[in-house]
Write a protein that binds this ligand. Structure first.
Ligand SMILES: [Fe+2]
Length: 306
């Protein structure tokens, strides 16, 4: 065998094996390779275009930006939409909507009981408190839930990714009390954009798209017997609230801000002047399996042996 047609080559690529391999991986690879062969032929992709794309993928991985592209091309939200559809089919409704995790979670943030400051005693911007309860679908408190919270700094950077920030800066875990209560003090984070002069920005410039995300705060809420909830809340008033690069904003996750709240009762958070507050309850579904209650993020799930 030396001369091959496109179809013969594709057949060989998709059928060759010396061992059973992994049937699911074989199935998915076959589909993706077949679709790409078709794309290259139908759109008459040139060798220069192909190798430019291969080089871009290499640079994307080296820059650690795979998770930015998956969000920007809609895959993260697609997986959430599919999860919502599966829930609807299974008759599972209610609770706080899920929202994409994003690529910037870091496990192991310091844990506090009931309340904490995320800003580590260095006031930046508007003093902000978010508080509420973790509840089940019947409105009952979920005690000892773990509320993992993380957000960007005043210029849109995340600790462990943005130079000059302390480990776990603006990242904390809060364990709820018997009433399911949590609260934290921080500042209102701004929106942010994909890094300029990066593989991600290159593609977005070529697509004529912006790379902005509206202001938001991330959460991962976990508790024994409850379905782990990954979500975000959005700060109202952001220019991009309905035009998110990552398509992640959702109804029910845009918080209301109360301005000029009296400081009484907030002394333990170092507050002595009127401040901005939002109240938000996280409502969790019961876990349908032990797997659903695992307090793991998306990459922990796929790298943790079952
Ligand atoms: Fe974010």
């Amino acid at each position: 065998m030396s001369e091959l047609t496109q179809a013969q080559l594709l057949e060989l690529v998709n059928t060759k094996k010396i061992a059973p391999g992994n049937a699911r991986v074989r199935q998915l690879t076959e589909r993706i390779v077949t679709d790409l062969f078709k794309t290259i032929d139908e759109l008459d992709v040139t060798p220069d275009e192909f190798w430019a794309a291969a080089g871009w993928l290499t640079r994307l991985g080296a820059a650690g930006q795979t998770g930015l592209i998956t969000a920007g091309l809609g895959f993260d939200r697609l997986l959430d939409i599919r999860a919502d559809e599966a829930d609807a089919k299974a008759g599972r409704a209610g609770g706080t909507p899920r929202a994409i995790e994003g690529p910037l979670f870091v496990a192991g943030a310091p844990m506090s009981q009931v309340e904490v400051r995320l800003d580590e005693g260095e006031p930046k911007g508007e003093v902000f408190v978010m508080e509420g309860q973790v509840l089940d679908l019947n409105g009952q408190p979920v005690p000892h839930a773990s509320v993992d919270v993380w957000h960007a700094n005043e210029v849109g950077g995340y600790s462990h990714f943005f130079p000059g920030m302390k480990p776990y800066e603006l990242r904390r875990r809060i364990e709820t009390d018997a009433k399911g209560q949590y609260r934290f003090r921080s500042f209102l984070p701004p929106g942010y954009a994909i890094p300029p002069n990066s593989p991600t920005s290159e593609l977005f410039e070529a697509l004529g798209r912006h790379g902005n995300r509206p202001a938001h705060i991330h959460f991962l809420v976990a508790a024994p017997g409850m379905r782990t909830l990954t979500t975000q809340v959005n700060i109202p008033g952001d220019t991009y609230i309905d035009d998110d690069f990552a398509f992640a904003t959702r109804d029910g996750l845009i918080v209301a801000l109360e301005k000029n709240v009296a400081p009484a009762g907030y002394e333990s958070l170092g507050i002595s002047a009127p401040f901005t507050r939002t109240k938000f309850n996280f409502v969790m579904q019961n876990a349908a399996s032990a797997d659903e209650a695992l307090p793991l993020t998306r990459m922990e799930r796929v790298s943790t042996p079952a």
